[in-house]
Design a binder for this molecule. Structure first.
Ligand SMILES: C[S@@+](CC[C@H](N)C(=O)[O-])C[C@H]1O[C@@H](n2cnc3c(N)ncnc32)[C@H](O)[C@@H]1O
Length: 191
């Protein structure tokens, strides 16, 4: 069914659907298929109550299973806002690197992955500039190793993004620093 659309946008961890609703408000194209993936049945039900349309598909499954439904070189845009720690934390890299390699494979040649993620000081104090900079360098280098090109990287989240957790995190900017990475699939076969 999805193959009848010109574009495919996939949000990973769609939660209660607040962000996808915002994205649709901002740019709902009838030729784009919007897919949300969420493992929690209660959250996906909330998303289903909010989001309806012939171009919206909400999948109640894990990222790993749901990604396997897409052919390679198929998705135009992935969005991952506030990945759970097991999908982004430094200490858990060996667990999550495979998911991003798979995302890379599923992207079209000029496709993008937008990640909004956060650093929180271990002692719950303010995040220092040095700590912030070194974390950003480490994170971006991980995605470059997979094969992504860093298209954009900026502090904070895109201004039209809003979600349950994002709104909470933005209220505590001293202790929680956000960055957005917009990663593009490169032309070279690095995987
Ligand atoms: C930190 S929340 C962010 C939710 C939403 N993006 C937001 O910004 O409010 C992460 C979401 O990912 C979902 N999630 C966690 N692990 C998952 C997995 N393996 N597969 C699918 N969804 C998962 C959680 O249930 C949760 O809704």
């Amino acid at each position: 069914m999805i193959s009848t659309f010109d574009k495919v946008l996939v949000e990973l961890g769609v939660g209660d659907g607040q962000l996808l609703a915002k994205i649709l408000e901002y740019s709902n194209s009838p030729n784009t298929c919007y897919v949300g993936i969420e493992i929690d049945p209660k959250q996906i039900q909330k998303a289903r109550d909010k989001l309806r349309g012939r171009n919206i598909y909400l999948i109640n499954d894990s990222f790993e299973n749901a990604l396997s439904y897409f052919p390679d070189d198929y998705v135009d845009e992935f969005i991952f806002v506030l990945p759970p720690p097991s999908y982004i934390d430094k200490s858990m890299e060996s667990q999550w690197i495979l998911l991003y390699k798979n995302i890379y494979k599923k992207l079209k040649e000029k496709g993008t992955l937008t990640i909004v993620t956060e650093i929180i000081n271990d002692l719950l104090g303010p995040v220092s500039d040095i700590e912030f900079r070194s974390w950003k360098n480490w994170l971006s280098s991980k995605f470059v190793t997979i094969g992504f090109i860093i298209k954009e990287m900026f502090d904070d989240s895109p201004c039209h993004y809003s979600s349950h957790f994002l709104d909470q995190f933005k209220a505590d900017q001293l202790r929680i620093k956000l960055i957005t990475l917009i990663l593009a699939k490169s032309n070279s076969q690095t995987i």
